[in-house]
Design a protein around this ligand. Structure first.
Ligand code: BGC
Length: 404
């Protein structure tokens, strides 16, 4: 081999070697192609974008994520979007500009947030949808949430049990029920409703349940859920919708309210209290005396909010579906740690489709809290046992006035 040829060959080998070093360094934790600079590593900044501070659970979610991620050596930056989709897009852009190598997003509007996460992803950031799926974009890598349909199943089953529907309750005179679904821009909402509607629809079919507003009939389907949705999960909006329902109800009895969220339940209660002062939580619906017009309905909820603990304790609300959100932040952190270790997280669960792709999904279990638990239900005090709230807060809750 001539000296010139030898140099050429050695140069080629060097280039190949350097190229494979770059490839290895980028590894599976790199986003945005071989030459992307952002590689998620321990100690990196993780951006957290939460929907609103005004809601007890998202405050805790944000705090939990910061704690869990920092305990693993990551830096964090937490933003709250005041329930505004455009604010959330700005927040995400700012987090990426601040150097976030991964962003954890509980979206205000699952579709509107698409372009912002696409930009984050194009910048090499890992995108994790937290609790709420981000819709219609390829730019979401992982999804961590709770078993969504289970929320509706637990709520509907409690209504069925308390109304004695399996024993023919409502056969003679149909029972009146009001039904609510969650926010129209939240992909979780139809899943919650599906869980409930699959169980309640047969009782509309048999005529045991009736919606006096006429919106929900036996022919209602899960796809119709937006007709009963409450935009932004807003309590006063729920109250307005319940006001309209109460006009239709007139002075008939009301057996139940299907509510997918504690603040919606509260809005409904306020409306009932105004429209029908004869109804009182001291006089709860009793399947042995269903024609009692003054009976207080069986009302469901979700999240284990302080106000729900109070209302359940005093009998104004029947149950709440409690999500131990610490599980969600632990799972999210575990994914981020794995990615930083160069692993690609694998889920055993069925991925959820966001309209553009099957997103690898992790589902956490939820529990039902009631005052007097039977079977798998949990006592109200479970919120303290799981560290969701302090003993002191719990004591405050059970001393607070109801439906204030
Ligand atoms: C969450 C619920 C919550 C609701 C309102 C949903 O996306 O999954 O836990 O009650 O939003 O904040």
């Amino acid at each position: 081999m001539k000296l010139k040829q030898w140099f050429k060959m050695a140069g080629l080998l060097l280039v190949t070697l350097l190229f494979s070093i770059v490839l290895t360094a980028c590894g599976s934790a790199t986003r945005g192609g071989v030459f992307a600079e952002n590689t998620l590593q321990k100690g990196d900044l993780i951006g957290i974008s939460m929907p609103t501070k005004a809601d007890q659970r998202w405050n805790m979610d944000g705090g939990n994520l910061v704690k869990a991620l920092e305990a693993q050596g990551f830096k964090t930056k937490l933003a709250y979007a005041n329930n505004s989709p455009s604010q959330q897009s700005t927040d995400i852009n700012n987090l990426v500009a601040a150097g976030a190598k991964a962003i954890v997003v509980a979206s205000v509007d699952g579709t509107a947030v698409g372009p912002a996460v696409k930009q984050a992803s194009d910048n090499g950031a890992i995108v994790i949808a937290y609790d709420r799926l981000i819709m219609n974009t390829e730019a979401v890598d992982y999804y961590v949430t709770f078993d969504l349909e289970r929320t509706g199943i637990l709520e509907a089953q409690t209504i069925i049990n308390r109304l004695g529907l399996e024993n023919g309750g409502g056969k003679e005179t149909p029972y009146n029920i009001a039904l609510f679904a969650g926010s129209d821009d939240d992909n979780n909402a139809p899943y919650f409703f599906k869980g409930a509607w699959d169980l309640l629809q047969p009782y509309f079919e048999s005529g045991q349940l009736v919606d006096p507003s006429g919106i929900v009939t036996k022919d209602f389907t899960v796809e119709d859920w937006k007709k009963i949705s409450v935009h932004a999960w807003d309590q006063s909006q729920a109250q307005k919708q319940m006001d309209a329902f109460m006009v239709k109800l007139g002075n008939q009895p009301l057996a139940a309210v299907l509510s997918p969220y504690d603040a919606i339940s509260l809005g409904a209660m306020k409306s009932i209290k105004n429209a029908r002062p004869d109804m009182s939580p001291n006089n709860p619906f009793d399947a042995s005396n269903p024609s009692n017009k003054s009976a207080w309905p069986i009302i469901t909820g979700q999240d284990g909010m302080d106000i729900a603990i109070t209302n359940i304790y005093y009998g104004a609300q029947e149950q709440t579906v409690f999500k131990n959100i610490a599980l969600l932040s632990e799972q999210t952190t575990a994914l981020i740690v794995d990615i930083a270790d160069g692993k690609t997280p694998q889920s055993e669960e069925t991925p959820m489709n966001n309209g553009k792709k099957d997103v690898p999904t992790w589902l956490m279990p939820s529990d039902e809290l009631v005052k007097n638990p039977t079977g798998e239900q949990k006592d109200l005090y479970y919120v303290v046992e799981t560290g969701f709230i302090s003993e002191e807060q719990y004591q405050k809750n059970i001393k607070a006035p109801i439906i204030d």
